[in-house]
Design a protein around this ligand. Structure first.
Ligand SMILES: [Ca+2]
Ligand SMILES: [Ca+2]
Length: 256
């Protein structure tokens, strides 16, 4: 019995190592927010970053649990790292459930500032209440809005994604392309500035609602990839690496 147990442990370890090794290296941040306790959220990318939760509460997500922001002072931070600067293209996505509170004009969903002044973007996704509840994405000073193509309703889940590849900046809502524009130049570097979720760096662009399944890649995903990501929780992300290995998936998830 003891030997069986030891063998199973070794098997689990090997499978787990395989899964970790096999994760797409362009997936640089994957926050499922499924912990349901504590003030730290684990990143499931191969880089193993973490998010510090200041004020946001655990709640019901699109997949498993998620973080609820009060629209007053809640903020989540992921410290800067070279992989998160997205200088050669990227994809930023999350599920969001929007409520009525928070900043009256531009609540931030995901924000990486390029200035300590705090609202200037390296890259960011926000709700543009000043322009009819559109979703807006910015890369440096280049912003693009969904405008009439996609107005966001309250108390409803939306999957929102931005991609950029050096040529185009694109906005997707529920895996539908709703806006795009030319990318005017390289991404503005923002060393030392953290990724902020549910607010801006200066904590003055508060979001009220729930945010789930934040994922960032260092390349622009294609629409079919965005659709696939929209439809899976973190267990799906892990198992998509090796669909035949349910043991590995379960183990990698449970051990956390
Ligand atoms: Ca979740
Ligand atoms: Ca609070």
């Amino acid at each position: 019995m003891k030997i069986v147990s030891i063998l199973l442990s070794i098997l689990a370890f090997v499978l787990c190592a395989t899964v970790t090794y096999g994760l797409d290296e362009s997936l640089v941040l994957a926050l499922p927010f499924d912990e349901n306790q504590g003030n730290e959220a684990k990143d499931f990318s191969k880089y193993g970053f973490k998010a510090n939760i200041e004020g946001a509460k655990w709640g019901t997500g699109k997949f498993g649990k998620a973080l609820e922001f009060d629209g007053v002072d809640d903020i989540v931070k992921v410290a800067d790292a070279p992989q998160l600067r997205l200088l050669n293209g990227g994809t930023v996505m999350a599920w969001a459930y929007i409520q009525s509170g928070g900043h009256a004009s531009w609540p931030r969903l995901i924000h990486k500032s390029n200035t300590t002044a705090g609202t200037g973007p390296g890259y960011e996704i926000l709700f543009d209440r000043a322009n009819g509840d559109a979703v807006r994405v910015c890369l440096g000073s280049a912003c693009v809005d969904s405008f009439v193509e996609m107005k966001l309703e309250r108390e409803k889940w939306y999957h929102i994604a931005m991609t950029f590849d050096g040529a185009k900046i694109k906005v997707y809502v529920n895996a539908n392309l709703v806006a795009e524009r030319n990318q005017p130049g390289p991404v503005i570097d923002s060393p030392d500035m953290p990724i902020i979720i549910g607010n801006s760096f200066n904590a003055q662009r508060q979001f009220q609602g729930t945010i789930d399944e934040v994922r960032i890649w260092s390349r622009a995903l294609k629409v079919d990839e965005i659709k696939a990501q929209m439809e899976i929780g973190i267990q799906g992300v892990i198992s998509s690496v090796d669909p035949n290995s349910k043991i590995a998936t379960t183990w990698a998830y449970l051990k956390n």
